[in-house]
Design a protein around this ligand. Structure first.
Ligand SMILES: [Zn+2]
Length: 146
């Protein structure tokens, strides 16, 4: 049953993994179920282990069939754990931009929708009004009701 395999080199972090693959698909070596070399994982497996695959390129494919007869062939991308682990820390520019976004969001939360003043506290999310405007509005409501 086992067809001819090919020997491939897969980039794994800063080195190469040598493995026996079933062939090449879409430019990537592919493996059958339980045949992928140690260190290569699917998106789901990496996420479950607490790693993110954002920005990573798949290094191989996993091709398998479900046991049920109607199930079609499935293909999953495989990522190198070393790539996820070696991902560089966010750059200074990214850190500054994240901080700016955070400050922008915080300023929005402190700004009153009525008087547009930025307060030193977060305005209530229900009204988005500062306490002064809220008090004025409540006083007006009382006057109208009287
Ligand atoms: Zn106000």
């Amino acid at each position: 049953m086992s067809a001819a395999r090919i020997i491939v080199q897969i980039p794994y972090g800063d080195r190469l993994l040598v493995a026996e693959a079933r062939g090449i698909r879409e430019g990537l070596p592919y493996f059958g179920w339980d045949e992928a070399p140690v260190g290569l994982y699917t998106t789901t497996q990496l996420r479950e282990a607490g790693w993110s695959v954002a920005g990573l390129d798949p290094v191989a494919l996993l091709v398998f069939r479900h046991r049920k007869p109607y199930a079609r062939e499935s293909v999953a991308e495989l990522f190198a754990l070393a790539d996820a682990a070696l991902r560089p820390e966010p750059s200074e520019a990214q850190r500054v931009s994240r901080l700016r976004n955070l400050q922008y969001a915080m300023r929005a939360r402190r700004t009153c929708v009525d008087c547009a003043a930025e307060k030193d506290y977060c305005v209530p999310t229900s009204t988005r009004q500062c306490w002064s405007c809220l008090e004025i509005e409540m006083a007006n409501d009382v006057e109208e009701a009287a």
